[in-house]
Design a protein around this ligand. Structure first.
Ligand code: DAK
Length: 262
């Protein structure tokens, strides 16, 4: 792949591996070209299907997670082009199909589509130099990959409206204060801390991990009562798994559980 590197990281403490996807167009600050998005979609589906992988990380480099969709490509399009092609919609939604957890490890710029991509991951760990923003307004457009919806759900209307109408950037600390990111770490520790978290997840039983992800995501789509009922059914269903037997027996026997994802 030309715009992405993909690797699997092992740890002596973990049976499962972590899939690491690195966006790799450093000269363009990882601008998300259509080619890159195709490769990202393929990489995500490949790691999601890989039984050795328990968690996925998407990252960029120290200067940029991604500075948005490729403006050079977009600049040449008119309404008829983007509407007829349903411009880049297909590749952007692949990440929503991934059932394993996906962590965004963000350093530097996460702007426009870069911020939207990070928000489509399950959670964001930010380096202290991370900068988040939806600057599309300065290009005469608005966010197109869910920014007006997800940012508003994450940080509330007042802040989202201000960010989207001004196009200003938000620091990592502000993003943490507002709940956009789960944690801020030193830049040089971004990958190691993200891997530590990913291995904690990968060490849990995959069935419960996937069910938990599904249940949390459901909370954005349903009423509270329906969401709680959905959770209850998944909770009940997990009692049909070997991992529930093993997890609880291991606790009683005061030993580490050995999950079999069954
Ligand atoms: N696209 C293309 N090239 C970009 C880029 C981008 N988004 N961002 C940066 N670059 C390129 C620059 O052109 C420059 O290239 P050269 O001139 O060296 O060839 C190189 O990266 C370094 O950038 P700068 O020289 O500008 O670096 P600075 O440190 O001075 O400034 C910056 C960094 C991030 C503040 C600045 O580059 C900047 O403002 N970049 C644009 C940020 C932006 O406006 N992003 C939003 C783009 S709109 C959709 C899905 C997604 C989207 C829409 C629809 N659907 C599913 C329908 C997304 C839309 C967007 O993201």
């Amino acid at each position: 792949m030309e715009n992405i590197t993909i690797s699997k990281i092992a740890s002596p403490e973990s049976v499962k591996q972590v899939g690491l996807i690195r966006l790799n167009r450093p000269k363009q600050l990882n601008a998300l070209s259509p080619e890159l998005m195709v490769e990202l979609g393929q990489s995500l589906l490949q790691l999601d299907a890989d039984e050795e992988v328990g968690c996925i990380i998407i990252t960029g480099n120290d200067k940029a997670f991604a500075a948005g969709a490729d403006i050079g490509v977009m600049a040449n399009y008119g309404f008829a082009d983007v509407y007829k092609q349903d411009y880049i919609t297909k590749n952007w939604e692949t990440i929503q199909k991934v059932r394993k957890p996906v962590i965004a490890a963000v350093a530097g710029f996460a702007l426009g589509g870069g911020c939207e991509l990070a928000m489509m991951c399950d959670f964001i760990i930010a380096a202290n130099n991370a900068k988040f923003g939806q600057p599309e307004i300065k290009l005469g457009i608005i966010p197109g990959a869910g920014g007006t919806q997800r940012l508003t759900r994450f940080i509330g209307k007042a802040k989202a409206m201000e960010m989207i109408l001004t196009g200003r950037m938000m620091s990592a600390d502000e993003a943490e204060r507002l709940g956009l990111v789960c944690r801020v770490v030193a830049l040089e520790e971004l990958l190691s801390e993200s891997l530590k978290t990913a291995f904690l997840i990968a060490g849990n039983g995959l069935l419960a991990v996937m069910a938990a992800k599904e249940a949390v995501n459901k909370s954005f789509e349903t009423s509270l009562a329906e969401g709680v009922m959905f959770e209850r059914r998944l909770f009940h269903a997990l009692f049909a798994t070997q991992d529930q037997k093993e997890g609880m027996l291991a606790f009683v026997e005061k030993r580490a559980a050995k999950f079999s994802d069954s």
